[in-house]
Write a protein that binds this ligand. Structure first.
Ligand code: NGF
Length: 293
């Protein structure tokens, strides 16, 4: 297994206007991340990959294309979580056979599952696949909050190697870091990377790294070196960019910025708005000129 620490882009997927996967565009996004953004790894099949709107076969196709394009150049994590446990297992087996370095799974959502049900969800995927697992905790979208004692229970399974922590609860993050110094903790909010880095995360997984990966690494590494003032300046610029992206349509704007770089990032998948309007496209140009030139 590769070193799983560092900067991971939450991989965007290029779609054609009719919603089908644009393989050529997806390969270009992967190349851009590896060759230009110099990321340590890719998180495939996450929120940023518009994963929860896709069929099982489409998810498999994306795992296959990502592995085929990235080969062994960077670490690969496959997000296989689904409210359908059978689908999660099927995807987990598929990604494991393809040679992904780790699986990850979002906490099962929509129904208010009990903690024993959530634990059983992870243990089933691990038992069926034999792969390492990173818990994807994103309470603001799933409504699932996991506390320190529950993480302790999950981490009793040696195959659960870490957590992707997409939350702004820095008290919980500090408690987790202290309690589990040997587990991997990834920051999931790019705009809060500096405080998370100061608290000792092992890496970060983010959507904006597809276009802002170089600054993300600088923030992470400067914080590790204790150069907080310098890191803060880069976080400030990063957050000016992220504010612009969030105000203009998150994934559509990142795709627009990639298009400015010559990457065929394509459309988003409905029911998300497929593309930006003329005014939003102007904002993309402004963001590109101001922050990514
Ligand atoms: O897009 C979301 C969901 N969060 C991402 C990241 O946590 C998602 C984050 O980078 C991810 O890793 C995945 O694809 O599963 C934000 O987009 C970013 O911080 C801007 O808020 O909201």
């Amino acid at each position: 297994m590769k070193n799983l620490k560092g900067i991971f882009s939450a991989l965007l997927v290029s779609f054609n206007e009719d919603g089908t996967i644009n393989e050529k565009g997806l390969r270009q996004i992967i190349r851009h991340n590896i060759d230009k953004m110099k990321v340590d790894g890719l998180y495939v099949g996450g929120s940023t990959g518009e994963n929860f709107m896709l069929s099982t076969e489409e998810k498999k196709e994306i795992f296959r294309i990502a592995k085929d394009e990235a080969k062994d150049q960077v670490a690969l994590i496959a997000q296989v979580g689904s409210v359908n446990l059978k689908e999660a297992v099927e995807l987990g087996k598929y990604a494991t056979e393809l040679g992904y370095d780790s699986l990850s799974a979002v906490t099962p959502f929509y129904y208010k599952f009990s903690f024993p049900e959530i634990k059983n969800f992870y243990e089933t995927i691990i038992r069926e696949t034999g792969s390492p697992m990173i818990v994807y905790s994103i309470p603001f979208l799933t409504g699932v909050n996991i506390g320190v004692s529950q993480f302790a229970e999950l981490f009793e399974n040696p195959k659960i190697i870490g957590v992707k922590f997409t939350a702004g609860d820095f008290y919980l993050l500090e408690r987790l870091r202290k309690a589990f110094p040997n587990h991997l903790i990834y920051a999931g909010f790019d705009e809060m990377m500096l405080p998370a880095s100061v608290l000792g995360i092992d890496g970060a997984i983010g959507s904006t790294f597809n276009v802002n990966g170089i600054r993300a690494r600088q923030i992470f590494e400067l914080a590790q070196q204790g150069k907080i003032k310098e890191a803060f300046e880069i976080q400030n610029v990063t957050n000016d960019l992220i504010e612009g992206i969030l105000g203009n349509g998150l994934y559509q704007t990142i795709k627009g910025l990639l298009e400015c770089e010559g990457v065929e990032a394509g459309y988003c998948r409905e029911p998300m708005t497929k593309e930006l309007n003329a005014k939003q496209k102007e904002v993309v140009k402004e963001l590109k000129a101001k922050y990514l030139s």
